[in-house]
Design a binder for this molecule. Structure first.
Ligand code: CTP
Length: 131
């Protein structure tokens, strides 16, 4: 059983999120997703996500390619989460290329290409135009 772990905010779910989760799942037999908590997002971006953490978590948990979800409380705990969930592979989008290489001592680290032309930030900006 090869366990894959990945992390993200996954606010206002879009096709880039779905594709990376499907491709992450293809790297192993079981996919665990750490969904960033509201507090973690606020500390990173000084704004709250559109969907609260419980809704973002439940949406991700409903996807067929996802086996288990938890709330990521701190960026510094990634190593602990990798050990706790017995991850063999850490998958991140290539917007993070090289930034998680420190975890190569714990598991394999794979960066997958992002889907071009879409992001939550961009979607929110588009939606605001219709306000
Ligand atoms: N992702 C992707 N393709 C996109 C957007 C996101 O593959 N077009 C991936 C990211 O690389 C990450 C995961 O989806 O591994 C979660 O990314 P997240 O930051 O939640 O999504 P973004 O749309 O990038 O959000 P934001 O614009 O707020 O940064």
């Amino acid at each position: 059983m090869r366990t894959v772990i990945t992390f993200g905010t996954f606010d206002v779910l879009h096709i880039g999120h779905v594709r990376i989760l499907q491709r992450a799942r293809e790297q192993g037999d079981r996919l665990v997703v750490g969904v960033s908590s509201d507090a973690l997002n606020y500390s990173k971006k000084q704004r709250n996500p559109v969907y609260p953490e419980t809704e973002r978590r439940d949406i991700i948990a409903s996807l067929a390619c996802v086996d288990q979800v938890f709330l990521e409380q701190s960026l510094e705990l990634k190593g602990e989460y990798i050990k706790e969930f017995g991850a063999d592979v850490l998958v991140m989008g290539n917007d993070w290329e090289g930034r998680f290489d420190e975890y190569k001592s714990l598991c394999e680290v794979i960066y997958l290409p992002r889907t071009d032309g879409i992001s939550t930030t961009q979607l929110i900006a588009e939606i605001k135009k219709y306000g």
